[in-house]
Design a protein around this ligand. Structure first.
Ligand SMILES: Nc1ncnc2c1ncn2[C@@H]1O[C@H](COP(=O)(O)OP(=O)(O)OP(=O)(O)O)[C@@H](O)[C@H]1O
Ligand SMILES: [Mg+2]
Length: 385
């Protein structure tokens, strides 16, 4: 097993800069996700780790061994792709055995007929079959060993692809959106299976996804990338609770964090849509700010209350367990969203005004450069929002 280190890794395609200097330390045995919107450079980063793509500048280390000039096959990593890339004409068992045959048999031993005559081949093949079987047992695909990929469901194919990566017992697994071809419910199921597999193997997993929910649910730590930069690296709850950049705040979490326009005066007091907020800037500076509030931290009031936000209800999105209220607010570009329990907001009718407050201590404020700014402790005398 192995840790992986990237130091100031950049990638340019011609004049287009795709990675602007990525620093990343992936611990031995960690489940790390690279998450970010399409085109931000996730796959490129993974392919550079795998050695399938060369970085323009910077270093890649696997277990403190510099691998910049090491071929992919010599890096001892296994890659699992979105398209499973199974051999369609081979059975599941043969698919699982192929990487081992390539590694453990020499040229003569691999020959179709002549190979059988090479002494020692039988023992090697028995070991390979045994190793493939063990992996098939771990992934619960033993009954499928005789089938060809065309006779498998998407989830089963995905498991075989994982198995094929596992047989070599690699130092780390690199996975590029391995679940994105599966339907929604199977994807959720496979998330749990992958997490379990990670625990059982104790191996390093580097997992690429553009799905923030996958990143939140599976990883030990997530690296949020945007436009070729790594914006934030941390455990999922930390990234969710304490986004350091407004782009991270808006990307992680569904529905999105609400962003309201605000303004700070020279004392650091923040006003937002006509209300004075109960937290101010820790380092006072006059100017515009963005006030971020998650949907679950906004609470609908049964009637108009002083010092309250308001908006016109345009849509009630009922998911059974939760209900999302979509509101049009004067002076706010996007609709605001409030998360509530269905029975709590029976009284709210589409087309009418809804009054709501923000939970104290929950707002996250960002400067005009998009970076998070520190706040003072909530002033309870000025209980607002
Ligand atoms: N061979 C290439 N030549 C030129 N540009 C490339 C090449 N490969 C990737 N790119 C560009 O590099 C950027 C990053 O691509 P990358 O595949 O890493 O994105 P990604 O984050 O994996 O996105 P997605 O979620 O869509 O898979 C994109 O703008 C892409 O167009
Ligand atoms: Mg990609």
């Amino acid at each position: 097993m192995a840790g992986i280190t990237l130091r100031q890794v950049t990638k340019k395609y011609g004049t287009l800069s795709v990675l602007n200097g990525i620093d990343l330390d992936i611990a031995d045995g960690e489940f790390l996700t690279l998450v970010g919107p399409s085109g931000c450079g996730k796959s490129t980063t993974l392919r550079i780790i795998a050695g399938l793509e060369a970085q323009s500048t910077g270093d890649v280390k696997i277990d403190d061994r510099l691998v910049n000039d090491v071929r992919p096959s010599q890096r001892d990593l296994a890659m699992v792709f979105q398209s499973y890339a199974l051999y369609p004409h081979l059975t599941v068992q043969q698919n699982l055995m192929t990487p081992l045959r390539m590694r453990d048999l020499n040229f003569w031993e691999r020959l179709p007929l002549l190979g059988f005559l090479v002494p020692g081949r039988r023992a090697k093949m028995a070991q390979i079959e045994e190793d493939a079987r063990k992996v098939a047992e771990a992934l619960k695909i033993v009954p499928l060993l005789g089938r060809k990929p065309g006779q498998l469901s998407g989830g089963q194919r995905q498991r075989v692809a994982l198995g094929r990566a596992m047989v070599r017992n690699p130092a780390a697994f690199l996975m590029d959106e391995p679940l994105s071809n599966l339907d929604a419910s199977l994807r959720v199921h496979m998330r749990a299976e992958l997490s379990e597999l990670h625990r059982d193997l104790g191996a390093t997993f580097v997992y690429v996804t553009h799905d923030q929910a996958e990143a939140l649910t599976m990883s030990d730590r997530m690296a949020v990338m945007m436009d070729g930069d790594l914006l934030q690296l941390g455990p999922p709850d930390e990234v969710y609770e304490d986004p350091q950049d407004i782009r991270v705040a808006e990307f992680i979490g569904s529905p999105k964090m609400n962003i309201l326009p605000g303004e700070s005066d020279a004392n650091g007091t923040i006003t937002c849509l006509g209300l004075t907020l109960d937290e101010g800037l820790a380092t006072p500076q006059p100017g515009k700010v963005s006030v971020g509030l998650r949907p679950e931290h906004l609470h609908v009031q049964p009637r108009e209350t002083a010092e309250c936000f308001s908006g016109r209800l345009t849509y009630k999105e009922n998911l059974g367990s939760d209900l999302f209220l979509h509101l049009e607010m004067a002076g706010v570009e996007n609709k605001a969203v409030i998360r509530a329990k269905p029975h709590e907001v029976d009284f709210a009718a589409v087309g009418e005004t809804v009054w709501f407050k923000a939970e104290s201590g929950r707002m996250r404020v960002f400067g005009t450069d998009g970076k998070r700014v520190a706040l003072t402790a909530p002033d309870t005398k000025r209980k607002v929002g």
